[in-house]
Structures are given as C-alpha cells and as structure tokens.
Design a binder for this molecule. Sequence first.
Ligand code: ATP
Length: 233
Amino acid sequence: MLRVEDIETYYDTSQALFGMSFEIDAGEVITLLGRNGMGKTTTVNSLMGILKPRAGSIKLDGVEVMGSKPFKMAQLGLGLVPEGRQIFPNLSVRENLIATASNHLAMSNPWTLDGIYDLFPELAERKTSMGNLLSGGEQQMLAVGRALMTNPKLLILDEATEGLAPLIRDKIWNALAQIRDSGLSILVIDKNLNDLFKLADRHYIVEKGQVVWSGTSTELQKSSDVQERYLGV
Ligand code: ATP
C-alpha cells in the first residue's frame, strides 16, 4: 500500500535522511524504532508532506505522492497523530473531533463521534471540555480520535504513549489493538518494545537516517544483539 524508497530529507544544508526505505501492506502494523535523533520524526514529516525530500519516492497504492502538500496527503488517506499531540486548545473535545473530520476515500463504515466515544469512554465524559483542560492521557486519546475521524487508510502515531502513566498507556495500546483488528494499517513510533511486539507485524530500525535492520516481532524478540546494538535495550 505504501512504499517509501531511498528518500533523502534535509534541514537546510543538514541532511537527516540518507536513503530511507520501508513499506507497509494493507492491514499491516509496522514500527519505526531507533534511538533519539535517528530520523523517525523526520521520516513521518516527509511522508506527510510537512518536509519535502530532495530525492527518493513515496508511492501510495502505486501512485507517486512525494512532494504533495500535507492537506493532500491527509486527503489521500494518511492520518497523523503527531508528536506532542497538538490538539486545538481552544476547541472542545467534540469540536476537536469534528474540525478536521472527513471521508475522502468514501470508507464504507466511517468513524463517527459515537465510535470514538466507544473507543475512548473518557472522551465521552469530557466532550464539552476545552482541549487545554484535558489531562495528557485524554489529550492523547483525543489526538488518536481526531486522526481516526479523517477516516485514513494509514494511521501514523509518533510517540503516542510518551510521558503517560502505565494505566493510560495500556488504554491507548488496547485501543490500537482494536483499530488494528478492524483492518486499518498502522505505522507506530514508540519506545515500549514489549507493547510493540504484541501489536506490530514488522519492525524497521532506523539509525542515522536509514534503515539498518528489519524483521518480524518474533525475529526482533529473538535478536537480543540487535536490540542491544541499536535500541540500547
Ligand atoms: P526523537 O525521538 O528524538 O524525535 P527521531 O528519530 O524522531 O528522534 P528526528 O527528530 O527525525 O529523530 O531527527 C533526525 C535528525 O534531524 C537529528 O540529527 C536532528 O538533530 C535533526 N533535526 C530534527 N529536527 C530538526 C530541525 N528542525 N532543524 C534541524 N535539524 C533537525
């Protein structure tokens, strides 16, 4: 469904991605793993059109989309849960959910407010609260719900459980498992390997702006040397 090939992305004259490549099949869950500063967020921002790669290719269902603007990438089916959540502080929970809601791909069972409230009952209880009055966990649930309301074909989560209490983190992981079971493709960046092993099909380890290892959950679980070398586990 998504094929990223040899992308090179710069910040001004400083190169951050050096031929980054990976792919995701429909219904698959993959991760980008790696230490801080290795290029995971840069990869996500390159995918979303927030940063423009200078070389390479990004194909969605066989169609070249590299260089498209972020709104176009969203219309094409990429739903981002950004690092730091970035919810709208002066909109209510309900307004946050409907502000960017759409169904550009004409999905047959689109997400609705009720669907999001079923997934995260905490949001139903706070539907009239302003975004800036929510706890970190509630904000994170809202960021996931907001991305789902765009009815994407690929949900992308950049550090969605960072800084959250274990109980809240578990709620997010449970919701992601439900979303996966519904057939949606997911790309996750996170540091909680044990949770990722349960959720994801395959993993890509990123080091200095390129993929240095890829494999299944079972393969990575068995490769303690790979975990130690690239992830510091
Ligand atoms: P983290 O988990 O810390 O976000 P990451 O793997 O997502 O790490 P990136 O944020 O993509 O890494 O950073 C990749 C490289 O690009 C790093 O060397 C970083 O210093 C550099 N970089 C990131 N953002 C900028 C920026 N706005 N301007 C210049 N360089 C940047």
